[in-house]
Design a protein around this ligand. Sequence first.
Ligand SMILES: [Zn+2]
Length: 180
Amino acid sequence: MSLLPILIAPDRRLKAISEPVAAVEADVARLMDNMLETMLAAPGLGLSAVQVGIARRIVVARAPDTPTQSDPDAAPRTLMMANPEIVWASDETALMEEGCLSLPDQYADLERPAEVTVRYLDRGGEQVETKATGVLARCLQHELDHLDGVLLVDRLSPVRRNIILRKLAKAKKFKQSDAA
Ligand SMILES: [Zn+2]
C-alpha cells in the first residue's frame, strides 16, 4: 500500500466529472486500499479518487452513524465504494460542520439531508445498498459531491467561497516559494 498525494484547492482537476468504473477489478481494489490508507493517515473521514487526481467514481469513508464522532455510541463504519449513488434522501435535514482534505483548515456549517441510502459496488464488486445517518450520512454526501466536481465551497455564498479559495491560493504560493 502507499500514500497518495491529495490535491489542494484551487485546482482545476478537482472540478472534473468523474467517470464510472466498468467493474471492480484488482486495480480498483488496490486504489481503494491506497485511498483508505491515505485518508486515515491525513487524517480524514472520507476521500474521493478525484482528490488524488484520478477522475473515477470511487469513494472511501470511515465514519459513525451518530450525530458526532465523539458520541459514546460512535462505531465508525468503513465503506469502499465504486459508482456510489444516492437512491434516497430524508426530507429531514441537519446542520453540520464540514471540512475537506482538499480545503485544509477550512470549515463551514452546511445544511443537508439528515439520512441517505447509497447504492454502490463494494470492494468485492457486489452491488450493495446502505442507509447512513449522522456523521456518515454527511460524509457520503460530501464525497459524492466530489464525483461531480462539487466542492464544499461551491455550496457556500460566492463571497465566502472566494475568501476561502484566495486564502488557499496564497498558502499554496507561500509553500511553493518556501520550497524553492
Ligand atoms: Zn472533500
